[in-house]
Write a protein of this length. Structure first.
Length: 502
């Protein structure tokens, strides 16, 4: 039988600024406590929690068996984590997962159980776990040289920059490499302020752009904000078609951009940053027509337009390689991370030659930005996406998933909304469709249901992420290799079976 996790992260009295996040965690942990049933869940739903895998949707056959694992088990790792890692870390399951192996769209735990990974390391592993082409590129480069510096020449960084630039529209041809999405967005905001000579930044409510000083300021979710100085940022009305005041009328939402400029600034701004589809915010696809109108207003006020493509970029939406292309705009600066490295830490900022010159006023340097191993991995990712037509696959599988999930919505009132594009999808759960009340207790139960499906017969389980906050959203953002009639069917069946047991 599987060894259940007995370690628990140390509890601390939260700081006043973190009360809301701490409250969410307490609710989550309470909902996931072993043997605990939430009063808002039906008895059938509680009884159906499938830790024994009964009734699980069967996943397709897969020609890989991980080698036997003889390393530390869940309890030992959890104990070390609680002792030596940050107390801010937490997990979502009552029995924490110890993932020890990965192959393409699947993960394997310490007991060799297979899981369909619909989380993708937070929309990161786009080509699949341990893709042979990516691994080969990493190993070959590491055997030659692991690290030097951009002060010397190395073809790996130049080749990847050229390949990235070829994926960009317009004059977006100059690349700055970083180590993460937070770093990329920090650099983009600094560039906008330097280039324009203005300081004010406009971002969207419900957006997430990172956890450093400037990016935390641009982020508009209290769960992710500490009480540190965050100046010169204004948060405009979010063009949310499901919860917003103007439905899908993007131009009406954009009027708030102009009002923010008129009443919150000198009339001149440094820039506007937004995701095309808000990832951490619950897969909120901006209302149609919003970005063209917003970009026009920002540019008239002297600002630059920044597209945060950390989650929506790199072929994930299927219809386009970059999320912003779905709105028919060309930004002045594009930021990215996650998928461009398939799990290797790398981020990037791409802008025009004219704007890029602003950093020559002083010395700008990033020790690990453009590391040869990271850029070799990134270049391999772009080749795999092209070779295996993974953008097309994201479109096909995403369309299939969305169609089937919308069909479930017609049968189950708990599903309030199905949204997103390609393999960046969200299913919002509600307790009342008219009031759109977030189903916070139910979303916690979903996590254990999805994790537990499929233990019997080694048929597999299903992993995805859920967001707690102003909404309760099941996120589908796995690798772009998910297969239409196999993995996609398994994912839909997992959602269906949970809804049917309520």
């Amino acid at each position: 039988s599987p060894q259940a996790g007995t370690g628990r992260e140390a509890e601390r009295e939260p700081e006043p600024d973190m009360q809301r996040l701490a409250s969410s965690r307490r609710l989550l942990r309470a909902a996931l406590a072993p043997g605990r049933a939430h009063s808002s869940l039906s008895a059938a739903a509680v009884a159906a929690a499938p830790e024994n895998g009964a009734g699980a949707p069967k996943m397709p056959p897969f020609a890989y068996t991980p080698p036997p694992y003889d390393g530390p088990r869940v309890a030992e790792i959890a104990q070390k984590r609680a002792q030596f890692l940050s107390p801010s870390l937490f997990h979502f399951y009552d029995r924490p997962l110890n993932i020890v192996d990965g192959k393409m769209q699947y993960l394997f735990d310490e007991d060799g159980r297979r899981y369909l990974d619909a989380f993708g390391g937070i929309a990161t592993v786009c080509c699949g776990h341990c893709h042979p082409d990516v691994i080969e590129a990493i190993v070959n480069q590491a055997k030659k040289i692991q690290h030097s510096t951009v002060l010397y020449l190395n073809h790996a960084i130049a080749d990847f920059a050229e390949a990235l630039a070829s994926k960009m529209p317009g004059d977006l041809k100059v690349v700055f490499f970083t180590n993460s999405g937070t770093e990329a967005n920090e650099l983009a905001l600094m560039i906008a302020r330097l280039y324009t000579g203005s300081h004010d930044i406009i971002s969207l409510r419900n957006g997430y752009h990172g956890n450093a000083a400037a990016t935390m300021g641009a982020t508009a979710q209290s769960n992710w904000k500490f009480n540190v100085v965050q100046t010169g940022v204004h948060h405009a009305l979010n063009p949310d078609p499901y919860r917003g005041a103007f439905g899908s009328d993007g131009e009406k939402y954009a009027r708030d951009i102009q009002e923010t400029i008129d009443y919150g600034t000198t009339g001149r701004v440094a820039g506007f940053i937004s995701e095309a589809i808000q990832g951490v915010g619950g897969i909120v696809e901006l209302a149609p027509g919003y970005l063209p109108a917003a970009y026009d207003m920002v540019r008239k006020a002297g600002g630059l337009c920044i597209a945060d493509e950390v989650q929506a970029g790199v072929a994930r939406t299927g219809s386009h390689f970059w999320g912003f292309e779905g709105q028919g705009v060309i930004p002045d600066i594009v930021t990215m991370a996650k998928g461009i490295g398939n799990g290797i830490p790398i981020g990037a900022v791409v802008t025009t030659p004219e704007i890029a010159k602003v950093l020559t006023r002083r010395s700008y340097f990033n020790t690990f930005g453009g590391n040869p191993v990271s850029t070799a991995a990134g270049h391999a990712v772009l080749k795999v996406l092209e070779k295996e037509k993974l953008q097309e696959n994201a479109f096909v599988v995403g369309s299939y998933l969305k169609e089937k999930l919308n069909a479930l919505k017609e049968k189950h009132d708990i599903i309030g909304d199905v949204r997103g594009k390609g393999l960046l999808l969200g299913v919002e759960l509600v307790t009342d469709r008219q009031k759109k009340t977030p189903a916070k207790a139910e979303i916690a139960q979903v996590m254990n249901h999805m994790k537990g499906y499929g233990r019997a017969g080694g048929e597999g389980r299903f992993l995805r992420q859920c967001v707690q906050g102003d909404a309760s959203v099941v996120l589908l953002q796995g690798g772009l290799r998910l297969h239409d009639r196999g993995d996609g069917h398994c994912a839909v069946e997992a959602v269906k079976r949970h809804c049917s047991h309520r």
